[in-house]
Design a protein around this ligand. Structure first.
Ligand SMILES: [Zn+2]
Length: 218
């Protein structure tokens, strides 16, 4: 793995979308609501309802672009999307869910502590992409695993445009053939997983802080 390349990718992502520092700079009651939302997704694998959370901290989290609330009142929280996206994730126990972007999808087995299957399509040639991923980062068929491209990092997140409708659309999977032809920032699966786990690791720490244990899915 190329440590410098991964670190640059991670730092670019954190600069464009400083989710961790936004959440961790909030007072504890807001952090707690955030942790409850993540825990709900981890335990139930479907979106929590906005009506079940106190309005002020929830709106604060929305303002920070830490959560996205659909018109139907469903709460999406990176990496989990309440809306359909081109990246479907399943664990074989629940109905499949959607990830906000490719880097987000790679964090899900780690948060669920369960193996998953990811279904998507190559962004460039649309060939179907489907493979399994373990929480410890092993992929049973790493050879055929897709690449992750991280583009369009142009600083337009938060107030101007939530990451889920801006930044995330530029972070996608590519098949091996298409990845070979590109000069933009491309990461093989293991490098992308490193970026993903470094980016979302604070969520596990936050769940532990409020004693919401990760556990296996029910
Ligand atoms: Zn392709």
């Amino acid at each position: 793995m190329r440590q410098d390349h991964m670190e640059r990718g991670l730092q670019n992502l954190l600069r464009e979308f400083p989710l961790q520092s936004r959440v961790m700079n909030e007072p504890e009651p807001v952090q707690k609501i955030y942790a409850e939302i993540i825990r709900f997704w981890v335990l139930h694998a479907h979106p929590p309802l906005a009506q079940n959370f106190p309005e002020i901290p929830l709106q604060r989290l929305r303002m920070l672009d830490a959560v996205a609330i659909s018109p139907e009142g469903l709460i999406g929280a990176y990496p989990f999307s309440a809306k359909e996206t081109p990246i479907r994730v399943s664990n074989g126990k629940h109905q499949s869910i959607f990830a906000m972007c490719a880097i987000d999808a790679l964090a899900i087995p780690f948060l669920w502590n369960a193996p998953i299957e990811i279904e998507s399509a190559c962004h460039d040639c649309a060939v179907a992409i489907k493979w399994g991923l373990d929480p410890n980062g092993d992929s049973p068929d790493i050879i055929g695993a897709p690449y992750v491209a991280m583009g369009h990092l142009d600083g337009k997140t938060c107030a101007e445009q939530p990451a889920c409708s801006g930044l995330c659309t530029g972070i996608y999977f590519l098949c091996t053939a298409c990845a070979r032809n590109l000069t933009m920032a491309i990461y093989p699966l293991q490098e992308a997983q490193y970026i993903s786990q470094m980016f979302f690791g604070f969520q596990v720490a936050l769940l532990q802080k409020f004693q919401y244990l990760q556990g296996d899915l029910p």
